[in-house]
Write a protein that binds this ligand. Structure first.
Ligand code: MN
Ligand code: MN
Length: 469
């Protein structure tokens, strides 16, 4: 027999009615949903291991898309509701589209996430010999805290286009039997001078040199014996010569795989979660989207980390061109499709860090396990450079999340005037489209080992699915 519930005081009733409450998402969902979230994240962790570069993410996403009935987009065709296509943007970005029941006059629903991540790119003349070692010169890509990239196992991924135009795909350091690479740092015993540097200068850009070999090619007539030996190994494996580095895109990334973090396995630690932690849920949402009302699109884009530049970044016209093409084929003005489309700019946000609470406004920060985070505006100083989503659109997205059991929260990227950042939302907004940032909170963002919560990853998928349904 249950005890009679104590009647709530008037103040308590008013408090519940009028005031916001915030609660750990794991206390709001049942055990079944936590199990579903954990299972979803197994697929996500595999995707992280398979796709450490933008090109690898495109390849992995196309394989999943084709397995789910998606066909390459044919710009000369008119498509019927329910048909599923993908458009490969120069091998580095990808558009997936499921045609909706409604006319394109109504616009489309777009999920936009990025698949490039901070890393160390090889320079055009990378390989050199120094003090009986062969090393690679790098130039970091995106916002990297350089001191985090030394003394860890590193892998080499990418493509080389030889002088005859033939392509070589490189992936060394991921297989259990592969060697890995690393960047050296000083021993504490001899680091007195280095330790006086500021943290941002602790390791300098020109010190991010990757160790690639140590054994000489024995021939007294050769001056750079270790470099030659490394080139010989590369030539035997890939048929390349030193000049082929000029037309290559080779990326140094952490060699370790995605791991469960914590005794309760509630967190995921991995490289490249910014922004594959939104790209994978967006991809899955569209792959599993059957017969949506409005045409549903996922854009997995390159170059966000360096400003969305170039023909594979969202500051180019590639998304507009795709929308124009489907509009033309449906005899609808492209500007009508674009103007009536709505977009979730799906990108990560900074999770509240218990060790560095001072960088956050605790009332407006996002927290791990509190769900998908909506960020009305990003930018720096006075919201400079951001898309500030309209209250009308935020209201609509809020209702979709609430009506569909999505655990979600709001976020702002750190304290005012402390720093800041931007996303693709600004470029999508500039197309004349409603857009708001939503994404997964991340600890140690841009580090070699970024941390997310499994519940939040699953809530991203749930929220994105509800938005495009
Ligand atoms: Mn990002
Ligand atoms: Mn980023």
């Amino acid at each position: 027999m249950a005890n009679e519930e104590k009647e709530k005081s008037v103040g308590k009733q008013l408090e519940e009615k009028l005031l916001s409450s915030r609660k750990n998402g794991l206390l709001k969902v049942d055990a079944d949903e936590i199990e579903i979230a954990d299972a979803f994240c197994e697929g996500y962790m595999k995707f992280l291991d398979d796709a450490k570069t933008e090109r690898e993410a495109v390849t992995a996403a196309i394989a999943l898309a084709e397995a789910n009935g998606f066909m390459p987009y044919d710009p000369s065709r008119r498509y019927a509701p329910g048909e599923k296509v993908y458009s490969n943007v120069r091998g580095k970005s990808l558009i997936l589209c499921v045609f909706g029941r409604n006319s394109l006059d109504c616009g489309t629903k777009i999920l936009a996430a990025h698949i490039d991540s901070p890393r160390l790119d090889l320079k055009q003349h990378p390989i050199y010999e120094s003090s009986d070692f062969a090393l690679l010169k790098t130039h970091y890509y995106g916002g990297v805290r350089k001191y985090q990239w030394v003394t860890i196992p590193l892998a080499l991924h990418g493509v080389i286009f030889k002088a005859d135009g033939s392509r070589v795909t490189v992936n060394i350091g991921e297989d259990e039997n592969d060697p890995v690479f690393t960047i050296t740092d000083l021993l504490p015993h001899l680091a007195q001078e280095q330790s006086k540097r500021t943290l941002s200068d602790g390791i300098k850009g020109e010190e991010l040199n990757v160790m690639i070999g140590s054994r000489p090619f024995k021939d007294d007539d050769v001056s750079e014996k270790i470099k030659l030996n490394v080139m010989k190994i590369l030539n035997e494996k890939y048929g390349i010569i030193e000049d082929d580095f000029i037309s290559a895109e080779l990326e140094i990334v952490p060699a370790f795989k995605a791991k469960n973090v914590g005794l309760d396995c509630g967190l995921i630690g991995a490289y490249g979660q910014d922004d594959r932690v939104c790209a994978y849920p967006a991809l899955k949402a569209v792959l599993e989207c059957d017969n949506p009302a409005d045409t549903a699109i996922a854009v997995l884009t390159d170059k966000e980390e360096i400003g969305s530049v170039g023909p594979t970044g969202l500051n180019s016209d590639y998304l507009r061109h795709f929308l124009e093409s489907i509009a033309d084929n449906a005899d609808v003005p492209a500007y009508t499709v674009i103007r009536n489309s709505k977009c979730l700019s799906a990108d990560v946000t900074a999770a509240f860090d218990p060790t560095f609470p001072e960088v956050h406004d605790p009332r407006n920060a996002s927290y791990c396990n509190y769900g998908l985070a909506m960020c009305k505006f990003t930018g720096s100083r006075g919201k400079s450079g951001c898309n500030d989503a309209s209250a009308e659109f935020v209201s609509g997205v809020r209702k979709i999340f609430d009506d569909n059991g999505v655990i979600w929260q709001t976020t702002e990227l750190g304290r005012v005037d402390l720093g800041g950042g931007g996303t693709v939302a600004a470029y999508i907004g500039n197309m004349d489209m409603e857009v708001v940032d939503v994404g997964v909170p991340v600890l140690c963002m841009h580090s070699p080992f970024e941390i997310t919560s499994k519940l939040d990853v699953y809530m991203a998928y749930k929220g994105f699915s509800a938005f495009i349904r």
